[in-house]
Design a protein around this ligand. Structure first.
Ligand SMILES: C[S@@+](CC[C@H](N)C(=O)[O-])C[C@H]1O[C@@H](n2cnc3c(N)ncnc32)[C@H](O)[C@@H]1O
Length: 197
């Protein structure tokens, strides 16, 4: 990605260069993962449109804002949030991806923090309007908040890129466990940004 593509964002040249390098490496990681893993078996990691996510995050920036990515995969978006000055955390079920995310953070001079685990709080049960408790493509595992040492209601902004059917579950988790006034960004959904009252 040419860092000139970030012209007009109001970001200084050094930060634009860092973000462009992060997005480039993030795309390479995703293409390799797609080739080496996803072509052989189903894996829920599909990369978001990083430039669009960046455009969504830019107006939300303010010092001290705490950001959490649900299903952080290779870590690109959490690291992006950290480089933009947010206090950024990611939770991801696949330990191999968390290792990749930590390596990416180290190479890009980011203090983004990652936990292996589920973004679902301990004891969370989903009940759809038809009383269905299946989670679909959302995986199960020990909750990741303990490792982060922060509960969900410590976060001001939560980001996720949901598969079909996941968005209602994510909204329910946020409604029941999120902080009042926190923002949920569901990438690719028609009502992408929802503020919880
Ligand atoms: C669609 S990908 C999104 C990746 C990344 N957020 C992005 O936007 O580029 C969903 C990710 O969520 C992870 N995942 C699935 N269930 C999870 C759970 N219960 N807790 C944490 N991560 C989960 C998958 O392993 C996958 O990496």
């Amino acid at each position: 990605m040419a860092y000139g593509a970030l012209d007009g964002t109001g970001l200084d040249a050094a930060l634009r260069r860092r973000l462009a390098a992060l997005i480039d490496e993030g795309r390479e990681i995703w293409e390799r993962f797609d080739r080496e893993v996803r072509r052989h078996e189903f894996h829920p990691f599909v990369a978001a449109d990083y430039e669009r996510v960046l455009a969504t995050l830019l107006p939300l920036r303010r010092p001290g804002l705490r950001f959490l990515e649900w299903g952080s995969a290779s870590g690109v978006i959490t690291i992006m949030a950290d480089l933009l000055g947010l206090e950024a955390y990611g939770i991801e079920l696949d330990a191999g991806l968390v290792e990749i995310a930590r390596g990416l953070a180290a190479r890009h001079g980011s203090g983004a923090r990652f936990a292996v685990g589920s973004f679902l709080p301990t004891g969370y049960e989903w009940r759809s309007p038809t009383r269905d408790s299946r989670l679909g493509t959302i995986g199960r595992g020990p909750s990741g908040y303990l490792e982060l040492k922060r509960p969900l209601d410590d976060f001001d902004v939560v980001f996720a890129y949901p598969w079909d059917g996941e968005a209602p579950i994510m909204r329910d988790v946020m409604r029941r466990y999120g902080a009042p006034g926190a923002r949920l960004i569901l990438h690719g959904q028609p009502d992408e940004t929802v503020r919880r009252r």
